[in-house]
Design a binder for this molecule. Structure first.
Ligand SMILES: Nc1ncnc2c1ncn2[C@@H]1O[C@H](COP(=O)(O)OP(=O)(O)OP(=O)(O)O)[C@@H](O)[C@H]1O
Ligand SMILES: [Mg+2]
Length: 368
């Protein structure tokens, strides 16, 4: 029989069966459904391949980043990232391919991303891996959390301001009144001394008790408003933190700062101080550390602060319970536009290290 398929050497095209037609239609339906879900999702959803090249970019991503899908598809996902992830993302993917050790996949984290116009903004990022028959894809789910961060920042600033105000009121108001009472008690003691020795001694006791109350109030005031307004206030406050920790908890606590560090941004300095304070408190409370080192150093652009302890280290189990300390630390470092790392040391103990830009400002909405 003659071949009448029209193309020499090709098999005649077979008509799809009814079943095949149905499953092709079902496939088309499910693709359309998936596309609709992607396009209407409030979260930014981006898929990249193993080499970090963007393969899809939904509408919410376009709104968040200011790029159209056509502008970024085919580009490396690092264009959406801020330093240092921008420069290092290829090596993250490479490490994951080599070791299978995931740092973000299935975990999720807050990070900073970059819009088309260069604005940096905070985002919640979670990544999942999709294994296809011949390759794998990574899907990133992104939520812009600028507003949430702004509220957190406002909350912290309000409470910081309130604490400072109470600290100053205690120092300037209550301490002065107590000082007045102490003086009056001493005058009374002197008056009583010639004729009523026992009563004079009582008046001296009262003066002593008031003096103790003044010291306590001063300590309280300093705790509420720890960093003074001078450029070197952070250094002084950390040195005092080390000293007070030794006195109060009978542990060795050193403050290491090779050169004078000036950091005139009072609000940012207070955030950094509070991070160190929480790290020290955790080292004692949870790690039962016997030695703590607080280090402060400044480079040309950045400030480095770390608190290292020789305690037990983080427990194996990851859950950190109801505690607020670590979360507030994270939030504070976000406010100064810095980075925070908390890690168990090989020989035991924990290091909390952070960096902050010298001309701090906020991380949100600032151009880089
Ligand atoms: N230096 C440390 N050594 C050992 N474990 C630590 C250390 N720092 C934190 N942890 C662990 O992390 C958990 C969470 O710490 P976090 O500061 O968030 O909360 P907390 O100290 O329990 O409560 P809060 O800070 O609200 O008073 C702690 O319960 C502890 O298990
Ligand atoms: Mg704590």
């Amino acid at each position: 029989m003659a071949d009448n398929s029209g193309v020499t050497g090709m098999k005649p095209k077979r008509k799809p069966s009814a079943g095949e037609k149905l499953s092709a239609a079902a496939l088309r339906d499910s693709e359309a459904r998936l596309r609709a879900i992607l396009e209407t999702a409030v979260e930014g959803i981006i898929t990249i391949n193993e080499r970090g090249i963007i393969e899809s970019f939904n509408r919410a991503s376009e709104n968040i980043f200011g790029y159209t899908a056509a502008e970024v598809i085919g580009k490396n996902v690092s264009v959406l990232m801020a330093t240092p992830h921008r420069e290092q993302h290829d090596s993250y993917l490479h490490n994951y391919r080599e070791t299978g050790h995931a740092k973000i996949i299935g975990i999720g984290r807050e990070t900073v991303a970059r819009k088309k116009d260069g604005t940096l903004f905070p985002m919640d990022l979670s990544v999942s891996e999709v294994k296809l028959s011949d390759r794998r894809l990574f899907t990133g789910f992104i939520r812009d959390i600028t507003e949430r961060k702004r509220l957190e920042k406002e909350n912290l600033e309000i409470s910081e301001r309130e604490q400072r105000r109470i600290g100053q009121d205690l120092h300037d108001g209550l301490c002065q009144q107590l000082a007045g009472i102490e003086m009056l008690s001493q005058v009374l003691a002197k008056k009583l001394a010639p004729n009523a020795k026992a009563a004079a001694a009582r008046a001296q006791d009262i003066a002593g008790a008031v003096r103790a109350a003044i010291s306590q109030t001063r300590l309280l005031a300093r705790g509420l408003s720890p960093v003074t307004l001078e450029a070197e206030g952070l250094m002084a406050a950390l040195a005092e933190l080390a000293l007070n920790t030794e006195k109060m908890f009978h542990v060795r606590c050193e403050f290491i700062c090779a050169e004078t560090v000036k950091f005139p941004d009072h609000a940012a300095a207070t955030h950094l101080f509070r991070i160190a304070q929480e790290a020290v408190s955790n080292a004692i409370k949870h790690g039962h550390a016997k030695k703590i080192s607080i280090r402060l150093a400044a480079g040309a652009e950045q400030l480095q602060l770390s608190v290292q302890d020789n305690g037990s280290g983080f427990p194996e189990k990851k859950s950190h319970g109801q505690g607020m300390g670590l979360r507030i630390m994270q939030s504070r470092i976000g406010m100064v536009g810095g980075t925070l790392r908390i890690e168990n040391l090989r020989g035991g103990g924990v290091t909390v290290s952070c960096t902050a830009p010298k001309n701090s400002g906020t991380a949100h909405g600032c151009k880089k």
